[in-house]
Design a protein around this ligand. Structure first.
Ligand code: PEP
Ligand code: MN
Length: 336
């Protein structure tokens, strides 16, 4: 299929967009920082050429994949997402997102935030609404937790990320957090994806437990086609026959995604492994495979954690892992 991408500085932008829309062609505006352009899906190239639009105003691309806006053919340069306190994901520095599985108390999240900040990580994580397998398990601290997360992030000057479980909570999350996480279980909740496609905040989209790479990219496409181009993909392990680990970290997904899409790709070894002892080797493997970042669960006292204590590093171990990740990252690609 042929798609058209307008050059950002095209003088005929509005006219060309009107021309396409009059012919029933769907157009999408890319508005990444530093660029603003329009993509038109499935155009009739022959008809376009008969019009008097100078060629340099647009380029035509052939994309055979089911996902279009997420494709690197549509946008060859990697997307860099800049969040609060000037932290970037997808840029030259490795982005580390760390913190507890769940926000439990003010002191717990503040202690975690202080450690995350000291190590030079870029973002604080913490769940307030938890997607638990059992309805009897701890479900999260809700709005109180969101407030504690934001206060801790503000105090140490780090952006915060938390999971959106229910579309009704979107206004609250927009108020309290910088990056909205769509968890593995909601990776293909298309109604929820459409909702976060309409907002301006970055979305961290986790791969579903049985989602193929193409399905993950199509899930991202739901958000992109809504107008939100700030999507971060996260490989967090998939379900396989193997039971020694909670899930199986699909390392090949990282370089494959980096080749197929311009979106930043991070890895979450905590939910992949379910075991803190595997966090360091899997993090190093993900960095070596080209990940733009890592998401790690760290708890001030993992033994007392209300959720995912077994896969959480304590502050001392986290500092050690961070040092090794940084060293490898510098070695691999000369970035922090
Ligand atoms: C989480 O990050 O807290 C989480 C629940 O992860 P996932 O959706 O990958 O299971
Ligand atoms: Mn967790």
């Amino acid at each position: 299929m042929t798609h058209l991408i307008l050059n950002p500085d095209s003088t005929d932008r509005i006219e060309l967009q009107k021309f396409l829309e009059a012919r029933g062609v769907q157009t999408y505006t890319f508005s990444c920082p530093g660029r603003d352009t329009i993509a038109a899906i499935n155009v009739d190239a022959a008809e376009l050429h008969t019009r008097l639009f100078p060629g340099e105003n647009y380029r035509l691309v052939q994309i055979e994949t089911s996902y279009i806006l997420a494709s690197r053919k549509m946008q060859p340069e990697s997307t860099v997402i800049t969040t609060r306190f000037n932290k970037t994901i997808g840029g030259k520095d490795l982005a580390v997102i760390a913190g507890p599985c769940s926000i439990e108390s003010e002191s717990q999240i503040l202690t975690a935030a202080t450690v995350v900040k000291e190590t030079g990580a870029s973002c604080l994580r913490g769940g307030a609404y938890k997607p638990r397998s059992s309805p009897y398990a701890f479900q999260g601290t809700g709005e109180k937790g969101l407030r504690m997360l934001k206060e801790a992030g503000d105090k140490v000057q780090l952006p915060v990320v938390t999971e959106l479980l229910d579309a009704d909570d979107l206004p609250l999350l927009r108020e309290y957090c910088d990056i909205i996480q769509i968890g593995a279980r909601n990776c293909q909740n298309f109604a929820l994806l459409k909702k976060v496609g309409k907002i301006k905040q970055p979305v961290l989209l986790k791969r579903g437990l049985s989602t193929t790479i193409e399905e993950l990219l199509l899930a991202a496409e739901y958000i992109l086609s809504g107008g939100n181009m700030q999507v971060i993909l996260c490989e967090r392990g998939i379900r396989t026959f193997e039971h020694e680990t909670r899930n199986t970290l699909d390392i090949s997904a990282i370089p494959l995604l980096k080749q197929k899409t311009h979106l930043p790709v991070i890895a979450d070894p905590s939910h992949a492994a379910g075991n803190w002892r595997l966090i360091e080797p899997l993090s190093l493997a993900a960095v070596a495979a080209g990940a733009d970042g890592i998401m790690i669960e760290m708890h001030p006292t993992p033994k007392t954690a209300l959720c995912d204590g077994k896969q959480s590093l304590n502050p001392e171990k986290f500092r050690h892992v961070m040092e090794n990740i940084r060293n490898l990252s510098k070695y691999c690609r000369g970035r922090k």
